[in-house]
Design a protein around this ligand. Structure first.
Ligand SMILES: Nc1ncnc2c1ncn2[C@@H]1O[C@H](COP(=O)(O)OP(=O)(O)OP(=O)(O)O)[C@@H](O)[C@H]1O
Ligand SMILES: [Mg+2]
Length: 317
C-alpha cells in the first residue's frame, strides 16, 4: 500500500471514531479496543456499572459500521435456539427448514449476557469459537466478519449468571468502562438538550475493513517482542498468587492485537508499548487468583500492572 493510501486509511479510522463520538462522549480507549478486536477477528466483553453507556457505545460502534447488526437482550427466559436458530416445518415443501437466529449477523450485541442461564451463554460462546451453528446434524456457517460485543454488569445481583470461567477465554478483550471524567460528563450534560441520541451513520464498510486486515499482516514484529509477550504470559502462570494464568490463545491474541494497535497508531512495526497497552484487556478475564490472594484484597488489574512493571521491556534498535 502506498504511503498516501495508508494516510487515507488512517483518516478513515479517525472518521469512524468521530462518528461514534457523535453519540458517545469520551471512552476513546474503549472505542480503540473495540476496533482492534474487530480488525483482529476477536470478540469483546464490555463491563461497566449500570448507566455508563455500555449499550449506547456498543450500538453506536455497530451503527458506524456498514455491516449487518443485531441486538439480543439476554433475559432469564431465553433458550439456546433464540440465539442460534430453529428448525421450522415448511408447509409448502413438507420438510423442516433451518430458520437462522440473530447470531447470523456481522455485529452482534449480546446485551447483559449474564442475565441468561449458562446454556444460552454457552450456545453463543460456541458460535464465537466455531463460527458456525450446528442443527439437525448440519452445519451453517456464520457470516464473516462475525463480531460479538457482550455487555455485563460487574455488580453481583440476584438472578445473574456469571459467565463460565473456562469459556471467557473465548473473548479476546475484556474492556472495563470507568466513570467519565468530570469534564466529559459536563460535555455530555451540555450536549443533550433532549433524550434524543444523535444519529450515527455508517462510515466503514467490509471492503475497508478487509483492507485494514491486509495491512495488519504487513506489520513487522521482532523476535524480541514475541519474547516480551511470552515473558508476560509466563509471569501470569508462575505467580504464586495465581490459580490459573493466561492461555496460549491469550499470547496469540496479544500478538495479533499488538499488530493492529501498531497499525492504528500509524507504525509499520510493533513496539513493546503496543503489547503493554493491549495486555490488560487480554489478561484481566483469563487470570484466576487464588482465594487467599483475593481475601487479601488483591485485584486482577493490580496484579497485571505489577507484572507489567516487573517484566523487562525490550529495547528495539
Ligand atoms: N459517556 C456518555 N456519552 C453519552 N451519553 C451517555 C454517556 N454516559 C451515559 N450516557 C447517557 O446515559 C444513557 C444510559 O446509557 P446506557 O443505557 O447505554 O447504559 P448501560 O451501561 O447500558 O446501562 P445498563 O447497565 O443499565 O444497561 C445513555 O443512553 C446516554 O443517554
Ligand atoms: Mg445496557
Amino acid at each position: 500500500m502506498a504511503a498516501s493510501d495508508r494516510t487515507l486509511m488512517l483518516q478513515k479510522i479517525e472518521e469512524f471514531k468521530k462518528e461514534v463520538h457523535k453519540a458517545v462522549v469520551g471512552y476513546d480507549d474503549i472505542i480503540d479496543g473495540l476496533l482492534i478486536a474487530l480488525v483482529s477477528g476477536g470478540h469483546v466483553l464490555l463491563e461497566g456499572v449500570p448507566g455508563i453507556a455500555k449499550t449506547l457505545l456498543a450500538k453506536s460502534f455497530a451503527q458506524a459500521l456498514s455491516l449487518k447488526f443485531s441486538r439480543v437482550q439476554f433475559t432469564p427466559d431465553l433458550v439456546p435456539s433464540d440465539i442460534t436458530g430453529t428448525s421450522v416445518f415448511d408447509q409448502k415443501r413438507g420438510e423442516f427448514r433451518f430458520k437462522e437466529g440473530p447470531v447470523f449477523t456481522n455485529v452482534l450485541l449480546a446485551d447483559e449476557i449474564n442475565r441468561s442461564p449458562p446454556k444460552v451463554q454457552s450456545a453463543l460462546l460456541e458460535c464465537m469459537q466455531e463460527k458456525y451453528v450446528t442443527a439437525d446434524g448440519k452445519s451453517y456457517p456464520l457470516p464473516d466478519p462475525f463480531f460479538v460485543i457482550a455487555t455485563q454488569n460487574p455488580i453481583e445481583m440476584e438472578g445473574v449468571y456469571p459467565l463460565p470461567e473456562a469459556q471467557v477465554d473465548r473473548f479476546m478483550f475484556k474492556l472495563v468502562m470507568k466513570y467519565p471524567s468530570r469534564e466529559e460528563e459536563k460535555i455530555m450534560l451540555s450536549s443533550y438538550v433532549s433524550t434524543d441520541i444523535p444519529a450515527v451513520n455508517p462510515v466503514l464498510d467490509v471492503k475497508q475493513l478487509q483492507t485494514i486486515r491486509e495491512e495488519v499482516r504487513k506489520i513487522t514484529m521482532e523476535s524480541k517482542v514475541f519474547d516480551y509477550i511470552l515473558d508476560i504470559v509466563e509471569a501470569t502462570r508462575k505467580d504464586e498468587r495465581v490459580m490459573l494464568g493466561a492461555s496460549p490463545r491469550a499470547s496469540l491474541q496479544m500478538a495479533l492485537a499488538s499488530r493492529v494497535r501498531a497499525l492504528i497508531k500509524g507504525r509499520n512495526y510493533v513496539s513493546p508499548s503496543d503489547v503493554k497497552s493491549v495486555a490488560p484487556n487480554i489478561l484481566r478475564h483469563r487470570i484466576i487468583l487464588k482465594p487467599e490472594a483475593e481475601l487479601d484484597g488483591l485485584k486482577t488489574d493490580i496484579l497485571i500492572s505489577e507484572l507489567l512493571e516487573k517484566v523487562p521491556v525490550p529495547k528495539l534498535v
